[in-house]
Design a protein. Structure first.
Length: 150
């Protein structure tokens, strides 16, 4: 599995926006400059992130972009879903894909569990963690422990 370029750019853009949290608003041009992404790409990503309620855009003097909620309340899953839609490894769950073995597929009932686990893993990574620079103190991701079977 691999994220699309646009999803990757959304993560990079949101991380840069999060570093402006206490410093007021920023602009798409400033985010593009900070990330090295082209301005039109950042504008496209900002549009999707704003539509998903992750960024807030204010027009006029003193306007600009800012996070719509605290960075700690925005997860990697939120960002990916803003660009990609619901997290699913297979298209058969969403009903959008053709599958030659769908009628006899014994795995299909298990995909929701797999998708939920993947979404849970991405949801466990906050924008705060993603926005940290290499010189910041590292934040440990939560460690999942397998339950013991009695």
């Amino acid at each position: 599995m691999r994220l699309s370029n646009l999803a990757d750019y959304a993560v990079v853009t949101m991380s840069a926006a999060a570093r402006h949290c206490g410093g007021g608003r920023t602009s798409a041009a400033e985010l593009a400059s900070e990330t090295g992404l082209p301005v039109p790409t950042v504008q496209k990503v900002v549009s999707k992130l704003s539509a998903a309620g992750l960024l807030r855009s204010t027009r006029g003097a003193g306007g600009g972009l800012q996070l719509a909620r605290p960075a700690a309340a925005i997860s990697l899953a939120d960002i990916v879903e803003a660009v990609e839609g619901p997290i699913a490894l297979t298209s058969c769950i969403e009903g959008g894909g053709e599958c030659a073995v769908e009628r006899n597929c014994a795995v299909k009932p298990h995909w929701p569990l797999v998708n939920s686990a993947l979404r849970g893993a991405l949801a466990g990574i906050s924008l705060v963690q993603l926005a940290r620079t290499p010189t910041d103190e590292p934040v440990q991701a939560p460690v999942a422990h397998e339950q013991e079977v009695a």
